[in-house]
Design a protein around this ligand. Structure first.
Ligand code: GLC
Length: 801
């Protein structure tokens, strides 16, 4: 089953069947104002924060046949009465002649044909703006004139999104709406009473509305049990013009679009926004009533994406890899950087979770080439959640900037820190420095998180000092085998062994971070720091190699008593993917062990839909292991195909020179390759999902938790820097591809610093790896690194394997 197709020329995915297994979404705006729009026109919109300033009531768990947050009705006047339907398919579910939801870069366009009318709606937030625009065009495709009314509808939530669901007394008593006539156009204002004079939501449009509704009861005719499928008020000529004094607030505007003649198009632009007061909203309201302004804003948005994507464009023998690398994957990286794991169709943004230090540090990795300043600023914020002891607070709320210990707070008897959080920022900072050469970054001052009773920061340090402290923490914080203690968890959030357990993942992440610091200090000519870190690296390498080899693969954890998990001694959780890929990435694994460990990954963990995180899955809840055992075998971290670590296996394979296998692993998780198996896969084929059910589960192949996942950043990183091998280093751009032997070559345009490089790679002899010759601007160039000091502008690079 297929629900749509990729339109690469327009950089869109086009959904042609609205009956997707779950709603498929797209993002608009930013965290300052925006949210997501689903393919049936529903939208979850918030300003600054989805927990404390949410605007639309979007309940992910309600059935897909419902509209969520926003919709629109069209009403055709016929001799037999009104025909009422939604051009978004839900909630009317009428039969349609055509349905297309174009998932674009920062906008969604829904085009549908019902009852002789084509409706074409483009939905987006103007760059930097604080309102959602819907540019609506209704065209008569039939041969007879059609009188039409358009009734856009918003269902509001209390801004405190959790209160909306936990309090049905206070919330309805405080919600209010008011209508303002604006020369025929109407502005509907909505606010909880406390915000009446300081923060209002508004819905307005650019054509006169003959009536309006703000009270859901009146709109639906709830006393007669009217429903959203058929709101009874739409059977009357006009809405009741109620200004809600309490209760469930909505905003509906009835626009008589008049009689649309055959071939004619009538247009309507709506705005849903928030401002301090109506006066403050005025300039926007006036501005966005102009179709020219709305079109110009959409072009500004397009220009942003042109620029963003132009930094890396690839042309390989695999078209679907090209589409991922040139469009969808970098788009998802930026969306994920923006929303962290906060707000999606699966992550409800209800306050339990904010921005994760671990997660966002990884997200930063893959946006810095396009938006280095944004990456740097975010990284500085993340570093300010590092404590003086070097460890980091697990997550923070971006509105209050309060830190929290995450799920570790739920288990009294376990440590309240994560052993990996503070190490990821080292990887991100190094990537930023290599991309930009901005060494002054290292000297910038950032607060440590610790504060005194009055809330004053206790200590500041340079960025470099923060990085040192992170490494020092891990070096100190070790257990029985002198390996890093697990804390509450490492990257695998759900294995929560009792206090005293050790983590091989953290040991290897520490190794990878040390490698970064060694190259940094070599580059800076600081031999004493470089040497100190070389020693620390060797020290941890020896411990890992002495303790963690199980015979055919590496052990993943030791519990406090020194018993292994991820070993042939275990019945469940005998082998873990990250246990194998990371010793290769850190460089701790000897060549022989690296080869064997990755072979075992292939034989024990690989499936046709991706590599499983571990096997076999635990079969029953066991508090000793914690969260992982709450899942049935094959789901999520318990033996599921957790997609995020798959690109780590890709990177490890490229490090071993196995271009064929690296590509096989990359291609098998490309969501585009599931486009014709939507009945199995279910999620959007245009972005990565966090997890896919593994082969121990009856629904093997079913994906969930799309969009906000570290998968985006790492798949992009693995493909661009390790398969295609275009990798920024401190002193130049390394060209070191590791590709399938069947590829005859590929080309890439990469912008870095002041240069625009046109890179052609030739593979005449069917190699996977190993550059034998490089020409830069036609001249032989030794090695395979392009120095950063070439003159500004375009250069050609030819590389032979
Ligand atoms: C989720 C979390 C991430 C964690 C991963 C594996 O994606 O956001 O922090 O590393 O699960 O448990």
């Amino acid at each position: 089953m297929q629900c749509g197709y990729f339109d690469r020329d327009h950089r869109e995915y086009v959904i042609t069947d609205p009956r997707t297994p779950v709603k498929w979404i797209n993002y608009i705006g930013t965290r300052a104002f925006g949210g997501f729009v689903d393919h049936t026109g529903g939208a979850l919109i918030c300003k600054d924060d989805p927990t404390f300033n949410r605007i639309t009531k979007y309940i992910q768990q309600m059935p897909a046949s419902d509209f969520k947050g926003e919709t629109m009705y069209l009403r055709i006047h016929t001799a037999a009465g009104y025909r009422i339907f939604s051009p978004f398919f839900v909630p009317g579910l009428d039969g349609f002649d055509r349905f297309e939801c174009h998932v674009g870069l920062g906008y969604t366009r829904i085009l549908s044909e019902f009852y002789g009318l084509r409706t074409d709606v483009t939905i987006f937030v103007p760059p930097g703006g604080t309102c959602e625009l819907r540019d609506i065009k209704v065209t008569n495709l039939s041969t007879t004139p059609i009188p039409v009314d358009a009734i856009p509808l918003v269902e509001y939530t209390h801004p405190d999104a959790l209160k909306q669901f936990t309090n049905a007394d206070w919330v309805p008593q405080t919600m209010q709406s008011r209508a303002v006539d604006d020369g025929g156009c109407k502005i509907l204002l909505q606010y909880p009473f406390v915000y009446r004079d300081t923060r209002i939501n508004y819905l307005t449009s650019n054509v006169p509305a003959s009536s309006f509704e703000t009270d859901r009861k009146c709109f639906l005719g709830e006393n007669e049990y009217g429903s959203f499928k058929l709101p009874l008020s739409l059977l009357e000529p006009e809405l009741t013009n109620s200004q809600a004094l309490r209760g469930d607030n909505i905003a509906a505007l009835l626009h008589p679009l008049g009689t649309i003649h055959p071939g004619e198009t009538h247009r309507l632009i709506t705005q849903l926004g928030q401002a301090a007061t109506l006066e403050a909203a005025r300039p926007d309201i006036d501005r966005y009533r102009s179709p020219e302004v709305v079109e110009a804003e959409l072009n500004t948005l397009r220009a942003f994406w042109d620029r963003y994507l132009s930094v890396f464009q690839a042309s390989t023998p695999d078209e679907s890899m090209d589409a991922m690398l040139n469009i969808n994957n970098p788009y998802q990286c930026y969306v994920t950087k923006t929303w962290s794991r906060y707000l999606s169709y699966y992550q409800l943004g209800l306050g339990s979770r904010g921005i994760g230090i671990r997660d966002s540090s990884q997200d930063v990795l893959s946006v810095i080439a396009s938006v280095p300043e944004e990456g740097r600023d975010f990284l500085l914020t993340l570093l300010s959640f590092q404590k003086r002891d070097g460890s980091a607070v697990h997550q923070y709320n971006p509105l209050s900037m309060e830190g929290s210990v995450g799920d570790s707070g739920d288990m009294e008897d376990r440590p309240h820190y994560y052993s990996d959080d503070h190490l990821w920022t080292i990887l991100a900072a190094s990537a930023y420095l290599k991309e930009t050469g901005d060494q002054a970054f290292l000297d910038q001052t950032v607060a440590f998180f610790d504060k005194d009773k009055t809330g004053r920061t206790l200590e500041y340090g340079t960025v470099l000092e923060h990085l040192h402290r992170g490494l020092a923490f891990t070096r100190r914080d070790v257990g029985k085998h002198d390996l890093p203690l697990l804390g509450f968890a490492d990257w695998n959030d759900t294995v929560n062994l009792p206090t005293g357990a050790e983590s091989l993942f953290t040991a290897n992440l520490y190794g990878a971070a040390l490698k970064e610091m060694i190259s940094l200090f070599e580059h800076l000519g600081d031999e004493s720091n470089a040497q100190a870190y070389r020693l620390a690296y060797e020290e941890m390498k020896d411990r890992v190699e002495a303790a963690a080899w199980d015979g055919d693969w590496y052990i993943r954890y030791f519990d406090a008593e020194g018993n292994p998990l991820g070993s042939s001694k275990n019945t469940y959780g005998r082998i873990f993917l990250n246990g194998q890929s990371w010793p290769v990435i850190s460089g701790f694994a000897s060549p022989e062990r690296a080869r064997l460990a990755m072979e075992t990954v292939h034989s024990m963990l690989n499936t046709r839909y991706g590599i499983k995180l571990s096997a076999p899955g635990f079969d029953g809840y066991d508090p000793k292991y914690g969260g992982v055992t709450t899942y049935p075998p094959g789901a999520k971290e318990n033996g599921g195909i957790f997609v995020h670590p798959n690109p780590w296996a890709v990177i490890a394979e490229t490090m071993l020179g196995n271009g064929n296998r690296a590509y096989e692993y990359y291609a098998q998780i490309n969501p585009a390759s599931r486009n014709d198996q939507i009945e199995i896969y279910q999620c959007e084929p245009y972005v990565y999902s966090q997890n896919i059910l593994g082969d121990e589960h009856a629904q093997f192949g079913l994906a969930r938790n799309s969009w906000l996942t570290g998968t985006a950043s790492w798949c992009y990183h693995a493909a661009t820097q390790w398969i295609l091998g275009i990798r920024p280093e401190y002193s130049g751009l390394r060209i070191d591809p590791c590709i399938p032997s069947a590829w005859k070559g590929f080309s890439v345009v990469r912008k870095i610093r002041q240069m625009k490089l046109h890179i052609d790679v030739y593979n005449p002899n069917g190699a996977c790896k190993g550059v034998t010759r490089m020409l830069v601007d036609g001249n032989d160039s030794p090695g395979n690194r392009i120095p950063y000091d070439l003159p500004d502008g375009d250069h050609t690079v030819e590389v032979w394997l």
